[in-house]
Design a binder for this molecule. Structure first.
Ligand code: GLU
Length: 403
């Protein structure tokens, strides 16, 4: 079951490409290390016959207000200290802005912007994405709503910060495109949203298998709604950039916290839309990088496989979402709480093997939090073992007895 998603159409499994994608917003804590450890073990334990899996490091510094100077260097220093290595140079999202712009263009934004919501805008898009939506709704559309507007008009949502957008600007675009045109011309502040398929459209149902939480099923319109892909402050949104990067970096093994299960459905939809649009990013990074050329070739094969309708043989990444790691009070560990971060632990003399062993225990890979190396855990790692206990974990205030 685990391997189905990364199976190429011919039945040969692609070599595994995992990634760790931290936001450099502070020093890593035990939750971040647990996610990296699981991703590292997954990539390195893979025996696909296509060679040892690779592990990529991507610094997600796209959300500049959250970025902390030097946090990228701390992340790399802590990972190295822990013996959790990665392959190649780390990628920085801040250096890939052209690529994200190109992705938006491929999804039809440039054409939508120039037509500014005129009735033929959907058909003009670079992507053949109009068929499954109301013909007047382009895939990417401008949204002038403020957060307060949206909160006031939406039902409250659960933990992962999704507020289902009530569709206000999508309706305006359909009913009064001239108003949208005028507002764009005036330079009114706006975000860009990606339109979900209409309810009833087969594409609206997104399913995937999670290695820890099992079969997943989301109604995109109802469970996610039209989501921001470029924020009103001009920054590209996480959901777009993570999808573009995972696609173009050839990532086929995604490991992260269970709070992103719902986001995975959205990212699969964006991925599918990019592939349907023939997005390959060649012009943005140049076709000289051999690994990129291979990635592009793979993306093209996937595009052909996906075609107009979803095709079960089109390879999508394997997904594993992990139980969340909470503090003693039951709140999710956060980088801004310094007490369990790597700086505090290292300063108190906690060893790398203690940290790795503890995280291995949090993953359910050993019965006690005994010190060990990542290589030791590789001998016992399996996703089935991790999946035996999906409850969130709670870490005491002083897990190593050093306070
Ligand atoms: N930068 C994101 C985070 O730190 C990555 C999430 C993901 O793995 O997709 O939460």
């Amino acid at each position: 079951m685990d391997d189905v998603n990364t199976m190429a159409p011919g039945g040969v499994r692609d070599s595994v490409v995992g990634r760790f994608a931290p936001t450099p917003s502070g020093r890593m804590h035990l939750g971040n290390i647990t996610a990296m450890l699981a991703a590292w073990l997954s990539a390195h334990s893979s025996d696909s016959g296509a060679g040892r899996g690779r592990m990529l490091l991507r610094i997600e510094d796209i959300d500049t207000p959250r970025v902390m100077t030097d946090a990228d260097r701390w992340i790399m220093d802590d990972l190295t200290w822990l013996g959790l290595d990665w392959d190649g140079e780390p990628a920085y999202q801040s250096q890939r802005l052209d690529l994200y712009e190109q992705a938006l263009d491929a999804l039809g934004w440039r054409n939508t912007a120039s037509a500014a919501g005129s009735h033929n805008s959907a058909g003009d898009g670079g992507a053949d994405n109009g068929a499954h939506r109301n013909p007047t709704t382009p895939l990417i559309y401008p949204c002038f709503c403020s957060r307060a507007d949206i909160r006031a008009a939406s039902a409250p949502q659960e933990g992962d910060r999704f507020i289902i957008y009530p569709g206000t600007c999508r309706r305006t675009l359909a009913d009064d495109p001239q108003q949208v045109r005028d507002r764009l011309k005036r330079g009114d502040r706006h975000s860009l949203r990606i339109a979900m398929p209409a309810a009833g459209d087969p594409r609206n149902l997104m399913t995937f298998h999670d290695r820890v939480f099992g079969p997943q099923r989301f109604d995109l319109a109802r469970d996610l709604g039209d989501t921001v892909v470029r924020r009103a402050d001009g920054l590209f949104a996480y959901q777009l950039v993570v999808t573009v990067d995972d696609l173009l970096m050839g990532v086929n093994d995604v490991v992260r916290g269970r709070d992103l299960l719902r986001s995975t459905a959205l990212q699969l939809y964006i991925r599918e839309s990019l592939l349907s649009a023939g997005f390959d990013g060649v012009n943005a990074i140049g076709a000289t990088d051999a690994s990129h050329v291979e990635t592009v070739a793979k993306a093209r094969r996937q595009t052909a496989a996906i075609g107009a309708a979803r095709n079960a043989t089109a390879p999508i990444p394997s997904f594993a979402h992990l139980p969340l790691i909470d503090n003693a009070q039951g709140r999710r560990l956060a980088k801004r709480e310094r007490s369990l971060d790597m700086g505090a632990l290292r300063a108190r003399g906690v060893t790398a093997h203690q940290v790795v062993g503890y995280c291995g225990w949090l993953l359910g890979l050993q019965p006690d939090p005994e010190p060990c190396s990542a290589a030791d855990l590789l001998r016992v790692f399996s996703w089935d073992q991790v999946a035996t206990d999906t409850a969130d974990r709670r870490v005491p205030d002083d897990p190593f007895g050093v306070l």
